[in-house]
Design a binder for this molecule. Structure first.
Ligand SMILES: O=C(O)C(=O)C[C@H](CCCc1ccccc1)C(=O)O
Ligand SMILES: [Zn+2]
Length: 328
């Protein structure tokens, strides 16, 4: 029978970044646990992890989510660059211009705005933590996730506790720009197709994260659509790992790995649920240190220096004085 064309390359945004493919294996293939324990990304098929949610579309969700508000992000363009301005200092927050705005909204209203959306309108992205207030129908589906598979994985990998599940409903073409998280992530795709471009923590120097104290902490400063090679010359050396996932697929996003995420253009809205786990306890430290351990050390140095110097403007000059002519 003719191969069902589900998506094609014209639905992927074009970036000036060389890409290699993320491998794909069935959930019971030993390669899956081998790659996850090596903190390498892998697409996992056939897990049935969220089989009980494969019917989650906005009409079903608005019927079964009780009338609690969901967090919906509005953006004037297709990019939804995450920021956290709660934890930043008043002087830093005063200078910061948020690129998006957050609104609380019922699922029914979100569904209506999705249907009625016209070119030129602000784009929407629903990002809501799944908790017990989302309503009995959803909780019922949630309880029927394939927990024994994912719990055994969590145990075998000696990960920490499951911290949260984020329900993500994105308009086609939405982009979450490149960032890293400090948690292990099993990302389950329910509706539509999502494309990930991921980079190992070792490519830290190619992706130029914002300062730790900035609201865009953990996000890359590089605009993938218009890279500023003068400011970020090493971005030329970045090599991405690409994965496109569809309904029923689960993508393992290793802790500290950078990831750019997009919902395929002209693919309809997408529905996903992620599973974030705290890192496991670090057993014996082995040398040389791994890339992600150096990232964690750099984060601590930045935080300690900010604490000690107090004025963020003094961090650069002090670090330059420490390094230039002495360690370079
Ligand atoms: O699952 C992940 O880690 C992703 O990045 C998925 C991403 C949306 C995440 C938004 C976000 C990023 C950081 C903190 C809180 C929320 C997408 O699918 O567009
Ligand atoms: Zn993320």
């Amino acid at each position: 029978m003719e191969e069902r064309r589900v998506w094609d390359e014209t639905q992927l945004r074009k970036y000036d970044v060389p890409l290699v493919y993320v491998p794909k294996y069935r959930y019971d293939d030993p390669k899956v646990q081998e790659l996850i324990s090596a903190n390498k990304p892998v697409i996992i098929t056939g897990s049935e992890l969220v089989a009980s949610a494969l019917n989650w579309d906005v009409d079903y969700l608005k019927e079964h989510m009780n009338n609690s508000n969901c967090t919906v992000i509005f953006s004037k363009n297709h990019k939804f660059k995450y920021f956290d301005d709660k934890s930043v200092r008043p002087d830093v927050k005063a200078k910061f211009v948020p690129p998006t705005r957050k609104v609380g909204m019922k699922m029914a209203e979100f569904a209506k705005r999705l249907r009625e959306w016209k070119k030129g309108d602000e784009r929407l992205y629903l990002q809501q933590m799944l908790n017990n207030t989302v309503g009995p129908g959803i909780v019922h589906d949630f309880l029927r996730f394939h927990w024994d598979w994912i719990n055994s994985l969590q145990k075998n990998m000696s990960w920490g506790p499951l911290t949260s599940n984020l329900l993500l409903i994105a308009m086609e073409g939405n982009v979450t720009p490149c960032h890293y998280d400090e948690q292990q992530n099993l990302f389950a795709q329910i509706r539509g197709f999502k494309r990930f471009i991921m980079f190992p923590p070792e490519q830290f120097e190619c992706l130029y994260p914002y300062p730790v104290y900035h609201p865009h902490d953990r996000q890359s400063q590089v605009d993938f659509e218009r890279p500023d090679y003068m400011k970020f010359p090493k971005f030329k050396g970045a090599v991405g790992h690409e994965a496109v996932i569809g309904p029923g697929d689960v993508l393992y996003i290793p802790i500290y790995w950078w990831h750019h995420v997009e919902s395929l253009m002209r693919g309809g809205y997408t529905v996903s649920v992620n599973f974030w786990y705290k890192a496991g306890p670090t057993e014996k430290i082995e040398y040389p240190l791994k890339g992600y351990q150096k990232v964690a050390i750099m984060r601590n140095v930045e935080k300690m220096l900010l604490e000690a110097l107090h004025d963020p403007q003094e961090l650069g000059p002090l670090l330059r004085a420490l390094v230039l002519g002495r360690y370079t």
